[in-house]
Write a protein that binds this ligand. Structure first.
Ligand SMILES: [Zn+2]
Length: 282
C-alpha cells in the first residue's frame, strides 16, 4: 500500500484523486520505445496506459490548499468513453471522506490549464452554465498560462476547455500571478516550463522539510529517467534540463516529490545510481 498522506513539518499533505483515465502509451513516452516503457505500465489493447488524476490537499495552520482538480464535469459523454474515464469515487467524494467540503478550500492551484488538471475547477449547474466548484477559493494560475489558454495553438487546442477557467474570472475567483509566488508563507508556486511555456510546480517547505509537486514536468514514476518525456510537451528540451536541475537539488536536500498522474504512487524520493535517476517509494 502506498503512502497517501504525510507531514512536512506541521503541514498535513493528503494525496487524493479524481479517478483515472487512459492515454496513448507512445504519446506519454515520446522517443522512448515501447519495450522500455511497457515495463513500467503495460498497454491495453488500444495501446493506452491507465493514469491517475492526482491532486494534493495541503493543510497549513491558516489555509486549505487544493493542487489540481482532475477532470471533473469537463468532458462530454463521448470523450469520457474515449479516455475510459473512471471517477468513482471522484475528487469531491474523496475530499468529503477526509472531512473537507468545497467551501473549506481557500486556494486552488492549477499547474496549467489542460482539462486533466483543471477540469474540476468548475461544476455544471445548467445547460452550458458552469460555476466555480470551490466558491470561496482563489484560484492561483500563471498569467501567461491563462492568456495562452484563451488562444492556444492548433497543436494543443483540444486540451483547453473554456468552461474550466473562464467562469473563475467572471465570478471573481481568479488570481493570476506572474513568476514565483508565495500562496502562504510555506507554499510557493514556481514556473517550470517544458510541458507548456508557463507551467508551474508547487513547493511546500516547513521545519527543514520540502515537498515538491512536479505537475506534468514528471507525470509518473516511469518518467523519472531524463529521456522519458511526453510527446505532449511543447518544449521537451526544457523539460529535460529542468527535470535534471530539480532532481539534483531534491537529492541534495532530501525532498519528497509528488506525482500528478502516477496511478499507484502519490509520493516518492529520487536517487541517482550509475548517472541515472531512479524512483523510490516512501
Ligand atoms: Zn496532464
Amino acid at each position: 500500500m502506498s503512502v497517501t498522506s504525510l507531514k512536512i513539518g506541521s503541514i498535513k499533505i493528503v494525496g487524493l484523486r479524481d479517478g483515472y483515465f487512459c492515454l496513448d502509451g507512445g504519446a506519454m513516452f515520446g522517443v522512448v520505445p515501447k519495450v522500455l516503457w511497457a515495463k513500467f505500465f503495460p498497454a491495453d489493447d488500444q495501446n493506452r496506459i491507465r493514469l491517475g488524476l492526482n491532486s494534493l490537499l495541503i493543510q497549513t495552520a491558516t489555509a486549505n490548499i487544493l493542487v489540481e482538480t482532475g477532470i471533473g464535469d469537463s468532458l462530454s459523454d463521448k470523450h469520457q468513453k474515449y479516455y475510459s474515464l473512471e471517477r468513482e469515487p471522484d475528487l469531491l467524494a474523496n475530499l468529503e471522506a477526509v472531512g473537507i467540503k468545497p467551501e473549506d478550500i481557500d486556494f486552488v492551484i492549477n499547474t496549467h490549464l489542460h482539462f486533466d488538471h483543471c477540469g474540476g475547477n468548475t461544476q455544471r449547474v445548467g445547460e452550458n452554465k458552469y460555476l466555480p466548484t470551490f466558491p470561496r477559493a482563489k484560484y492561483i494560475i500563471q498569467r501567461g498560462e491563462y492568456n495562452y489558454a484563451l488562444a492556444p495553438s492548433l497543436r494543443d487546442k483540444v486540451s483547453y476547455l473554456e468552461m474550466t477557467f473562464k467562469p473563475l474570472a467572471e465570478q471573481g475567483n481568479l488570481q493570476l500571478v506572474e513568476g514565483r509566488y508565495f500562496v502562504t508563507p510555506e507554499v510557493e508556486v514556481i514556473p517550470v516550463p517544458g510541458h507548456t511555456r508557463h507551467h508551474q510546480c508547487v513547493k511546500v517547505q516547513k521545519g527543514g522539510q520540502v515537498l515538491f509537486f512536479l505537475g506534468d514536468l514528471v507525470p509518473t514514476r516511469a518518467h523519472v529517467g531524463l529521456s522519458y518525456v511526453m510527446s505532449y510537451d511543447l518544449y521537451p528540451l526544457e523539460t529535460i534540463t529542468n527535470k535534471q536541475e530539480i532532481f539534483e537539488k531534491g537529492i541534495e536536500e532530501d525532498w519528497i516529490f509528488a506525482f500528478n498522474h502516477d496511478p499507484d504512487y502519490y509520493f516518492g524520493k529520487i536517487y541517482k545510481e550509475n548517472q541515472r535517476f531512479h524512483f523510490r517509494p516512501l
